[in-house]
Design a protein around this ligand. Structure first.
Ligand SMILES: Cc1cc2nc3c(=O)[nH]c(=O)nc-3n(C[C@H](O)[C@H](O)[C@H](O)COP(=O)(O)OP(=O)(O)OC[C@H]3O[C@@H](n4cnc5c(N)ncnc54)[C@H](O)[C@@H]3O)c2cc1C
Length: 307
């Protein structure tokens, strides 16, 4: 777990769209729930990098709440059929395997859908503001035949399967935000150290020195909480409170640090070449993708208050 966080953070220093969170989320669920045959068939190629994975949860009327989910897995002639549509799915067109959350008799099912499955199709490509190096597509399922060996865990316990990897996914997004903020901070620091304004370096102005001090302190605090949450997830298995707190703090810190870093770099930060616009857009996308900051606050409040 801490290793996954460090990799996500390092990748995000170069481009947060490259973290491919859905791929690792699917692997994490397989590690927890796959039968030996499913491990062999799905986990092996995903972990070797010969297959790409994605996660398909969101629908037109489903985002922060799953209540209105329309995608359905129904029994049909000794097997199952999948019908419905998902939107906003990272890497859906590139993926060999998609983890699809669907309603099922008695609950939800987590289906592992192979790209070649008849009835599966891409219905549109979206044009997001952030994380653009990980393309986003809408997809549909029309009477897709699903064998029982393509269902992860019990067919009515898909929500538990999905939630088992949610701490993991949140910490990947938290780490990506941290990586972006660290890059923005490093650029601002380098600029302040060498940029002359009249007789002074930018780094001579006390107000700006304090800004840099605040930014580095916020980054250190966010990184420590992320590390603590990562270790707790690894050792205790359950860390919903800490992973939600880590995502909230890392993304809020990143939003503040990127904004301040751009300000410190003056006109240079206003050029697209400086990449500050990329950082702003990617951090904003991370504040929404994989659970919004408001949803993180709801999770934290529920844990702290007890209901
Ligand atoms: C860049 C990007 C990539 C994505 N990739 C994927 C992907 O690969 N797979 C996938 O399945 N989905 C993906 N999504 C979808 C993402 O998970 C959802 O956008 C997210 O869960 C929020 O849902 P929503 O957009 O429908 O917002 P809504 O649920 O419509 O929320 C709208 C606003 O209301 C707030 N809100 C909602 N409920 C509450 C509440 N109870 N209390 C307080 N405030 C609330 C939200 O925080 C938000 O500000 C992606 C989204 C983005 C932006």
């Amino acid at each position: 777990m801490p290793g996954f966080c460090l990799v996500s953070e390092e990748l995000a220093r170069a481009g947060a769209g490259m973290i491919h969170n859905g791929h690792f989320q699917l692997m994490e669920m397989l590690l927890e729930y796959a039968t030996p045959a499913q491990r062999e068939r799905f986990l092996a190629p995903l972990s070797q990098g010969t297959a790409i994975g994605a996660m398909a949860i969101t629908e037109t009327d489903v985002g922060s709440s799953f209540r209105g989910m329309q995608t359905r897995l129904e029994e049909a002639g000794g097997g199952w059929r999948l019908n419905g549509a998902k939107v906003f799915i990272n890497d859906a067109a590139e993926a060999d395997l998609l983890g699809v959350l669907a309603r099922s008799p008695g609950g939800f099912a987590l289906v592992i859908l192979e790209r070649e499955t008849p009835g599966f199709g891409i219905t549109g490509r979206l044009d997001p503001i952030g994380l653009r190096s990980s393309p986003i597509h809408n997809i549909a399922f029309q009477d897709c035949p699903i064998g029982s060996d393509r269902i992860l865990g019990p067919p009515d316990k898909g929500l538990a399967v999905f939630l088992s990897a949610f701490n993991f996914s949140r910490l990947g997004n938290a780490s990506a935000a941290l990586g972006i903020a660290e890059t923005a901070f490093a650029k601002a620091l380098a600029y302040c150290r060498q940029r002359r304004v009249g007789d002074h370096l930018v780094a001579d102005f006390q107000g700006l020195r304090w800004k840099l001090a605040d930014m580095s302190t916020r980054l250190a605090a966010a990184r420590l909480l992320r590390d603590h949450a990562a270790r707790a997830t690894q050792t205790r298995g359950k860390s919903g409170l800490l992973s939600s707190q880590a995502k909230l703090l890392c993304v809020e810190t990143a939003q503040a640090v990127v904004g301040e870093a751009l300000q410190l770099t003056g006109r240079y930060g206003c050029l697209r070449d400086s990449l500050f616009d990329l950082y702003l857009r990617d951090v904003k996308a991370l504040a929404i993708a994989g659970g919004t900051l408001e949803v993180m606050k709801n999770n934290i409040a529920r844990e702290v208050i007890g209901f």
